[in-house]
Design a protein around this ligand. Structure first.
Ligand SMILES: *Cc1c(COP(=O)(O)O)cnc(C)c1O
Length: 467
C-alpha cells in the first residue's frame, strides 16, 4: 500500500483529492481545476491549512463547532468510551450507559414536555425519522389519511430523500425524484427579498397565514405536521419578522397539527438560548437536533419528542432505526460537549456578552455601500449584498455571482464566510472572543471593499428585477 504523506505538497494532495474524492454540494470539474483548500489543523476559532495559513472560521465548520476546535476533553471522552465499549446497538432490548445519560440530559435541557429522544447519525437521518414518526403517529391514532407534511420553500432539513423532500431547496428537488409524495411547501418569511412594499410585520403575518391557507386547501384532516427551522440557516440566515412565529403557533394549535422545529443549527446555544424555539417563543412537539449536539466532533443527531407522541409511538413497534442510533462513542462525546457548554456558561455568554457585542459590530457593516441589511440573532447572521440599498434590488447578474466573488475575497483574507446566493453568512464558534470578533468584522469589511471595487470595475453594480 502506498499512502500519501500528510506533509506532501499541497498540489499533490489536491490532485489525489480530485482523482478519488467526490465532494458534497460541489461541481467536481470546477474544483479539480482550482484545487480544494486542504485544512490540516484547528484550534479555538482558527483553522490552519496545508500552506500554513491561519484562517478565522466564521462558520464554525458547517454551523456546528459550537465549543470551538481542539477541546481535548472531547477527544478523551471518545478514547475512554472506545476502550470501554466502542459499539453496541440499542435495537434488541439492550441499552448502554452513554445513551441513557445523553437521552436524560437532552430531556432535561429541552423545553416543555420534550422528554424522549430517538437517536440518529445526522440531521438528515433525524428528519427522516420525523417523517416516519409523524405518519406513524397519526396512523396509530386512527387517522392514517393525515399524511401530508407542510414545509417551506428554501427551508433546509437535510439532503437524504426524505429530509430533502421536507426541505424546499429547488436544486435538491431537481435531482433524484424529489420531493416524494405527501409533502407541500409554503413560502418563506424572507422579508428582505420577497416582502415588496409590505412592512416586515405585515409580511410576517401574510407568510404565516399561508400555512392556514394550505391546510384549508389540502384539508385540515389531511395535514399531519408543519416543519420549519426557528431561524432558517442554509437558506441564508433568514430571521423571520416578529409576527411570524406567534401566528404559526396560533394556526398549528387551531388545526391540531404537529409542529416540528428543526433545531439542527439553532440548537445548543446558537441563538443565545439552548434552543431556537425558546428564542422564538414556540413549543414544538418534535425537535430535530444534530450539529451543535456534539460540536461536530463526531456525527450524531436526534429527534426529541413530546410525551404525547412518545406515548403513541411507544404503544406499537416502530419499525425504524439506524445501526448507529445512540452510538456509545458519539453519545459520550455529545455528553461531554453539553457539559462544556453548560459549565463554561457558553450559552449564557452568547446571550449576554459576546452575542450582543457581535450584533453591534456586525450591524455596523450595514453602512457599507454593498450591504442592504445586516441581521443577526445570537451567533448567526447575514448580510444582504445589493447594488441599490434603497430599493433592496438584487443584482442583474445571475443570483450568487456577487456572493461568490465576496466569498473568494473573504477566503483570500483568511476569513471563512459562506455565501447563499448574494447573502453573506456568519455562524462562528460560540466561544469566539471580543478580539476575534473585531478581527472577523475587520476582515469582512476589507473583503466587502475589495468585492465592491471589483464589481465597479466589471460593471456588476447593476440592479435587476425584484423577484
Ligand atoms: C445541516 C442541517 C440539517 C442536516 O443535517 P446533516 O447532519 O447534514 O444531515 C438538517 N436541518 C438543518 C436545519 C440543518 O442546518
Amino acid at each position: 500500500m502506498t499512502m500519501i504523506s500528510p506533509n506532501a505538497p499541497t498540489a499533490e494532495l489536491q490532485a489525489l483529492d480530485a482523482a478519488h474524492h467526490m465532494h458534497p454540494f460541489t461541481t467536481a470539474a470546477d474544483l479539480a481545476r482550482k484545487g480544494a483548500r486542504v485544512i490540516t489543523r484547528a484550534e479555538g476559532c482558527w483553522l490552519t491549512d496545508s500552506e500554513g495559513e491561519r484562517i478565522l472560521d466564521g462558520m464554525a465548520g458547517l454551523w456546528c463547532v459550537n465549543v470551538g476546535y481542539g477541546r481535548r476533553e472531547l477527544a478523551q471522552a471518545a478514547a475512554r468510551q472506545m476502550e470501554e465499549l466502542p459499539y453496541y446497538n440499542t435495537f434488541f432490548q439492550t441499552t448502554h450507559v452513554p445513551a441513557i445519560q445523553l437521552a436524560a440530559r437532552i430531556a432535561e435541557l429541552a423545553p416543555g414536555d420534550l422528554n424522549t429522544v430517538f437517536f440518529a447519525g445526522s440531521g438528515s437521518e433525524a428528519n427522516d425519522t420525523n417523517l416516519r414518526m409523524v405518519r406513524t403517529y397519526w396512523a396509530e391514532k386512527g387517522q392514517p389519511q393525515r399524511d401530508v407534511i407542510i414545509g417551506r420553500w428554501n427551508g433546509y432539513h437535510g439532503s437524504s430523500v426524505g429530509s430533502g423532500s421536507l426541505g424546499g431547496m429547488k436544486g435538491i428537488h431537481a435531482q433524484g425524484g424529489m420531493p416524494i409524495p405527501g409533502i407541500h411547501h409554503i413560502d418563506q418569511p424572507h422579508w428582505y427579498a420577497e416582502g415588496g412594499d409590505m412592512t416586515p410585520e405585515e409580511f410576517g403575518l401574510e407568510r404565516a397565514r399561508q400555512l392556514e391557507t394550505a391546510i384549508l386547501e389540502i384539508g385540515p384532516d389531511r395535514v399531519g405536521a408543519f416543519i420549519a427551522e426557528p431561524v432558517q440557516g442554509a437558506g441564508g440566515v433568514i430571521i423571520p419578522p416578529s409576527t411570524y412565529w406567534p401566528e404559526i403557533r396560533r394556526i398549528v394549535d387551531k388545526y391540531g397539527i404537529l409542529l416540528i422545529a428543526d433545531e439542527v443549527i439553532c440548537g445548543f446555544g446558537r441563538t443565545g438560548n439552548w434552543f431556537g424555539s425558546q428564542t422564538m417563543g414556540i413549543t414544538p412537539h418534535i425537535m430535530t437536533v444534530a450539529k451543535g449536539l456534539s460540536s461536530g466532533y463526531i456525527p450524531i443527531g436526534a429527534s426529541i419528542v413530546c410525551d404525547e407522541v412518545a406515548a403513541v409511538i411507544g404503544a406499537t413497534e416502530f419499525n425504524h432505526g439506524y445501526t448507529y442510533s445512540g452510538h456509545p462513542v458519539a453519545c459520550a462525546v455529545a455528553l461531554e460537549n453539553l457539559r462544556i457548554l453548560d459549565e463554561e456558561g457558553i450559552v449564557e455568554r452568547v446571550r449576554t456578552d459576546t452575542g450582543p457585542y457581535l450584533k453591534e459590530r456586525f450591524e455596523s457593516l450595514a453602512d457599507h455601500p454593498l450591504v442592504g441589511e445586516a441581521r443577526i440573532i445570537g451567533m448567526m447572521g447575514s448580510l444582504a449584498l445589493t447594488p441599490d440599498k434603497a430599493t433592496r434590488a438584487p443584482f442583474a447578474a445571475e443570483a450568487g455571482t456577487v456572493g461568490y466573488i465576496c466569498r473568494e475575497r473573504c477566503f483570500a483574507n483568511n476569513l471563512i464566510m459562506r455565501h447563499v446566493y448574494d447573502r453573506m453568512i456568519i455562524s462562528p464558534p460560540l466561544v469566539i472572543t471580543r478580539a476575534e470578533i473585531d478581527t472577523l468584522i475587520e476582515r469582512a469589511r476589507i473583503s466587502l471593499d475589495e468585492c465592491h471595487a471589483r464589481l465597479l470595475d466589471e460593471g456588476l453594480m447593476v440592479a435587476g428585477e425584484r423577484g
